[in-house]
Design a binder for this molecule. Structure first.
Ligand SMILES: Cc1cc2nc3c(=O)[nH]c(=O)nc-3n(C[C@H](O)[C@H](O)[C@H](O)COP(=O)(O)O)c2cc1C
Length: 358
């Protein structure tokens, strides 16, 4: 019997993970004379700096799926990682969620040569080009039906999930589970990569996925998790908050604002384009053209990574991407639930268009 997932009971935000919009396309390997150019996202003008494989997965490296239960239900992080980037995110998720871990290990590990995507006929490219390819996996997930939530991680290969992830989904019965895809890539977004995976499952609920840099911080991963509308979480049940979209040159972030006097004033200003800059290596700040009410604000506030705040004494918005000390005059407005890593990576002054998410 599946039980409801309620590990993140401290969450008070309602949000979906729907990004403000994703406009990336990829073509399959070997479909142009230029080859690798096709993995560029729309709008990019140069080759992404794709890390070439430095290691391959081996069965010995596997953390096979266990059966440890959380207090309220079972959460699994299942992932495939050829060169370690996705594994890094998977391990962070395991720690954040106190989840079980299952590494999808190909029976025949990928060698550097297999992953040399610049060669049209390398193994990875051949598999991605072949709709019927299902590379065998070593080991099986025991009792897949027991998991309520499955985080499914993979690297982006030509815009899609590697075929070995398809093999995994076809090998186990995840009916009834909520599946949350995540990925790493050189630069591409998660795009439509989950679409082909969804078709392989029955009676599952899929949440919007998230792409991470291989080096994404645990705080960024945790901020994403906090915003997820997982079954049983407060985010799914409390139905609170107004989602706003922050669009900037390198991507988008989504934040959920709570209901207070300051946020009501702020929401009345939207849509608006603001100039942000870095502050103290911990915040992205922007000065507002008008004051927001601090009527019901606390005297001071200890900001958490991902918090959207107003620093009333200076009249600026402050979005925290690193730890900072409690400050008087700091007013919590809400939380960034996706895209914090992209926002924090922005250099110098940059414009952000803020609007209420549709
Ligand atoms: C065959 C192949 C295809 C790839 N295609 C893309 C792509 O379409 N877009 C992209 O940004 N990165 C692409 N990459 C880079 C990987 O997505 C990226 O390095 C990823 O973080 C690797 O994750 P891993 O270390 O968990 O295997 C590709 C890599 C390989 C080997």
């Amino acid at each position: 019997m599946k039980r409801r997932f309620a590990v993140l009971t401290a969450l008070l935000l309602l949000c979906g993970l729907t990004a403000c919009g994703e406009a990336e396309t990829q073509s399959g390997p070997g479909q142009s004379s230029t080859g690798q150019e096709e993995i560029l996202s729309v709008g990019e003008t140069s080759m992404p700096d794709l890390p070439m494989p430095s290691a391959v997965t081996t069965p010995e490296a596997s953390g096979s799926g266990g059966e440890r239960e959380t207090a309220e239900g079972r959460v699994l992080v299942a992932y495939f990682s050829a060169t370690g980037n996705t594994e890094g995110i998977a391990l962070q998720l395991q720690s954040i969620l106190d989840a079980e871990l299952f590494e999808i290990i190909p029976e025949v590990p990928y060698t550097e040569e297999d992953l040399r995507y610049s060669q049209d006929d390398c193994r990875a490219n051949r598999e991605q080009n072949d709709p019927a390819a299902r590379p065998a996996i070593a080991g099986t997930l025991e009792n897949p039906e027991d998991y309520d939530v499955v985080f499914l991680g993979y690297p982006i290969w030509w815009g899609q999930a590697p075929k070995v992830v398809y093999t995994f989904l076809e090998s186990c019965d995840l009916r009834g589970a909520t599946i949350v895809p995540f990925c790493t890539s050189g630069s591409s977004g998660i795009g439509s990569s989950a679409d082909g995976l969804k078709e392989l499952t029955e009676d599952t609920q899929w949440l919007e996925g998230q792409r991470f840099d291989g080096g994404a911080s645990q705080a960024a991963v945790a901020a994403w998790v906090e915003g997820l509308e997982l079954p049983g979480s407060a985010a799914a049940t409390e139905n609170e908050g107004t989602r706003i979209c922050l669009a900037f040159a390198d991507g988008e972030a989504v934040a959920v604002l709570e209901d207070n006097a300051a946020t009501r004033d702020f929401l009345a200003m939207l849509p608006v384009t603001l100039t942000f800059e870095d502050y103290a290596g911990a915040e992205k700040i922007s000065y507002l053209s008008q004051d927001l009410s601090t009527e019901d604000a606390p005297a001071s506030y200890d900001p958490q990574v991902g918090d959207v705040t107003l620093y009333a004494p200076w009249g600026n918005l402050a979005i925290f991407y690193a730890d900072a000390a409690s400050a008087s005059g700091l007013v919590p407005l809400g939380r960034v639930v996706s895209g914090l890593d992209l926002l924090s990576a922005m250099d110098g002054e940059f414009e952000v268009s803020l609007s209420i998410a549709g």
